[in-house]
Design a protein around this ligand. Structure first.
Ligand SMILES: NC(=O)c1ccc[n+]([C@@H]2O[C@H](COP(=O)([O-])OP(=O)(O)OC[C@H]3O[C@@H](n4cnc5c(N)ncnc54)[C@H](OP(=O)(O)O)[C@@H]3O)[C@@H](O)[C@H]2O)c1
Length: 294
């Protein structure tokens, strides 16, 4: 019997969970769900007011006071490194890392590091967090990493246009960042096999959230119409909560989930050569931060 089916307020007691993008949508609903199970939740958000408002809501809805907020703009690699340092100074353990924050931008935008924002936030930030938090996750094992990806998956990675300088299309950029996240999930699972840390990725379903805020006007109107048929954030958080807490997935690693079940991702995501190439390019794009010992 999975934990989710019969969860109690004590099920995740003593577990420390970091959730990025926990002030909105699926991330906030995941935070509430895990806090209700007794977890200590560390929210990683970029905006102080939005973060603090959500923190109060999460405390109230979960009746759990062990909610923390760490401010980080995940498009900025120096801020990510600072987050890792601050977290390790404050906490001894990390049992669950949920890379949930994401953007879907209608216009190309560059980060302060000069990288295309969708790729930087949706993929490179999780790449850095997973690598830099691996030691504390391992110390806390059995521990789990969840990468929130999407069923919108590109057919391949266009290494010649990673920064979108040749052309930029919203859906391509988003789908490529999510394919990168899946390739990375499978590659990371291979690299850390036997470490006591598992890593899986998931599609939350189509969920009515604030993701629409960066869409073009006419897409927003369409989105509001189909929004009537979309999942609530609470429903959208179910697979994340399941993967974070259920005993059914203890030891399961390197898989893609949808509706709390294992599923197939796009064919290219199983290409190990592509995954290795992406890993090397990611190291370059993160200025070899990986070689630093945090
Ligand atoms: N909604 C769907 O139908 C759907 C479908 C498939 C996958 N997903 C994925 O689900 C995840 C959650 O999205 P959502 O739908 O819940 O959207 P959302 O309500 O817009 O939440 C996205 C979260 O990411 C945060 N974020 C964005 N850029 C950030 C940055 N640079 N630094 C720190 N935090 C940042 C946002 O913070 P702010 O509030 O400050 O912007 C927000 O908290 C995303 O990875 C998304 O791609 C969603």
């Amino acid at each position: 019997m999975g934990i989710v089916k019969n969860h109690t307020s004590e099920m995740m007691k003593g577990k420390i969970c970091m959730i990025t993008g926990a002030n909105s949508g699926i991330g906030k609903a995941t935070a509430i769900g895990l806090a209700k199970m007794g977890a200590t939740v560390v929210m990683v958000c970029r905006n102080k007011t939005r973060g603090e408002d959500a923190l109060e809501d999460i405390k109230k809805e979960s009746n759990n006071r062990n909610i923390d907020l760490m401010l980080t703009d995940l498009s900025n690699q120096e801020e990510i490194l600072q987050l890792v340092k601050d977290f390790k100074e404050k906490y001894q353990y990390l049992h669950i890392l949920i890379n949930n924050a994401g953007v879907n931008l209608s216009k190309r935008a560059l980060t302060e590091d000069g990288l295309e924002s969708t790729f930087a936030v949706n993929y490179l930030a999780p790449f850095l967090l997973c690598n830099f938090l691996l030691d504390i996750l391992q110390k806390s094992s059995p521990s789990r990493i969840l990468n929130v990806t999407s069923s919108v998956q590109a057919k391949s990675i266009n290494f010649e246009n990673l920064n979108g300088e040749k052309h930029y299309r919203q859906l391509n950029a988003y789908g490529q960042s999510k394919l990168a996240m899946i390739l990375f999930t499978y590659e990371f699972a291979r690299r850390i096999e036997g470490s006591g840390v598992t890593v899986n990725c998931l599609h939350p379903g189509y969920v009515k959230t604030n993701m629409v805020k960066n869409f073009r006007k006419f897409v927003k109107i369409f989105y509001h119409l189909i929004g009537l048929f979309m999942r609530s954030p609470k429903k959208g958080a179910k697979t994340s909560i399941y993967l974070a807490s259920s005993s059914e997935v203890e030891g399961v690693s390197g898989k893609y989930f949808k509706n709390r079940k294992e599923d197939r991702s796009v064919e290219a995501s199983y290409d190990e050569g592509l995954a290795k190439r992406l890993w090397d390019v990611s190291k370059d794009l993160t200025n070899h931060h990986l070689e630093k010992n945090l």
